[in-house]
Ligand binder design. Structure first.
Ligand code: JJW
Length: 447
């Protein structure tokens, strides 16, 4: 038996995002987001699923907060729906939309749970997409207007803020690979959106410093881990390029004030240009208070001539996979964290997402999701090793509190520690919820 114990100061949390849980898509003055448009267009989302009702958390938030309270978390990470609070994309606030988040925040604080707000978790107002979305630099100004309005509305009660969630997904997965909204397949669009998201991040950080000098702000990039299949230099280099796309491309500008030259060249070889304007890198590289890391999966990679942009292929060895098909690779989590610490120094880190997809259903009022608990144990063990290595980990936030709308996979893929019945909206805490509660209470577990 080994005891895996955590510092008393480590914050525990659970996360969700607006479009994935709220529903009430057409209520109280919310305007459509790019995800409403994308999910309602045939062929984009499994089974034609969309977020019109989702988990109905817009109406059931008090019940969700009860579950958070019972779970014993310190933090609840949720996102604000930009088109709910600012239906025109900029300008006027929608009082009913603002009231929803005001009520949610009050309910959390009354129950001793600290809110952590994500400003952009992919639900761009469609009215802004109609003007070019994140490809248009004007969207940077619109985001700043929205962010400033939120800092003013909620900054007296909320001190932890995240600008952008998973910029790689919101740019390349959405505009180059075409898998997420708005569903484009244009590398130049991917490169433009990636850069504008990072400038928008920097602009919002700048505004935050003026308005809320005592608060904490960061962003939440996602990265997997590619381990070289062999020690051949070509495999090592291929994995490095693959990692750069998710990791260095979105972290070097923030922590070093530059983009990786090697990738700029590869993009140029594919006729996509990084368009930098004066002052962009200064904005992006402003000091932040923490880095959020979203980690789910990893595996082995090797060089393959002509494979994708970076000539790297994943090697399918027989790692166990979660129900979404992602290999379980907890050593990669440890490697990501120690690597970030070595590369970027002592920036405080919150694990803003980590969790597993398993599609267990309710049996006699219980959900026996042992596989999810096993996944969490493995990844928390890797986290423990990173903490012991001196990586400044401040918190761990599980994805997700609830089963929810898993983007292009729809409702079929369940990441919650609480089961949701999508007909009745009934919530049923899973076995992993009770395991996580015990771990939070104890501050340790045994393996
Ligand atoms: C798809 C890669 C093809 C979310 C994907 C890559 C395909 C070459 C989970 N994180 O729901 C999906 N999630 O909202 C944010 N993270 O396709 C939160 N990443 O390559 C969760 C990554 C993801 C993905 C999904």
């Amino acid at each position: 038996m080994t005891t895996i114990d955590f510092p008393k100061t480590l914050k525990w949390g659970a996360a969700t995002a607006s479009y994935q849980i709220e529903g009430a898509a057409n209520e109280d003055g919310r305007s459509p987001s790019i995800w409403d448009t994308f999910s309602h267009a045939p062929g984009n989302v499994k089974n034609g699923d969309h977020g019109d009702e989702a988990c109905n958390s817009y109406h059931l938030y008090k019940e969700d907060v009860k579950h958070l309270k019972n779970l014993g978390v310190d933090l609840y990470r949720f996102s604000i729906s930009w088109p709910r609070v600012m239906p025109e994309g900029r300008g006027e606030l929608n009082p009913k939309g603002v009231a929803y988040y005001q009520n949610l925040i009050d309910e959390l604080i009354e129950n001793g749970i600290e809110p952590m707000i994500t400003l952009y978790h992919w639900d761009l107002p469609q009215v802004l997409q109609d003007k070019g979305g994140w490809e248009n630099r004007d969207t940077i100004d619109a985001f700043n207007e929205y962010a400033v309005a939120m800092f003013k509305e909620f900054g007296d009660k909320v001190s932890k803020w995240i600008t952008i969630n998973e910029p790689w997904c919101a740019s390349f997965l959405s505009n180059y690979l075409g898998i997420h909204a708005p569903g484009k397949t244009d590398l130049q669009a991917g490169v433009d959106v990636a850069h504008h998201l990072m400038v928008a991040h920097g602009r919002a950080v700048q505004s935050f410093r003026e308005l809320l000098p005592n608060g904490e702000i960061g962003y939440a990039p996602n990265t997997g881990w590619l381990e070289p299949f062999s020690n051949k230099q070509e495999d090592i280099d291929a994995c490095k390029r693959g990692m750069m796309w998710q990791k260095e491309w979105f972290m070097d500008p923030v922590f070093k004030g530059s983009y990786p030259e090697e990738l700029i060249t590869i993009f140029e070889d594919h006729n996509a240009k990084l368009k930098l304007e004066d002052g962009d890198l200064e904005l992006i590289s402003q000091p932040i208070d923490f880095m959020g890391i979203n980690y789910y999966t990893g595996g082995l990679g090797r060089y393959k001539e002509g494979e994708g942009l970076f000539e790297v292929e994943e090697v399918p060895l027989d790692y166990r996979k979660t129900d979404i098909g992602w290999p379980i690779y907890s050593d990669g989590f440890y490697n990501v964290l120690t690597d970030l610490h070595e590369t970027y120094g002592d920036v405080p880190i919150y694990i803003t997402e980590n969790g597993a997809c398993y599609n267990h259903e309710v049996e006699d009022g219980r959900v026996h999701d042992k596989e999810r608990t096993d996944y969490l144990k493995q990844h928390l063990t890797a986290l423990h090793r990173a903490i012991k290595s001196g990586v400044p980990i401040k918190g761990y936030i599980v994805w997700s509190l609830l089963d929810n709308f898993e983007w292009a996979f729809g409702y079929e893929k369940r990441f919650g520690i609480i089961h949701v019945n999508y007909r009745t909206f009934e919530r049923t805490p899973k076995d992993s919820y009770y395991w996580y509660r015990q771990t939070i209470t104890n501050g340790w577990f045994e393996i």
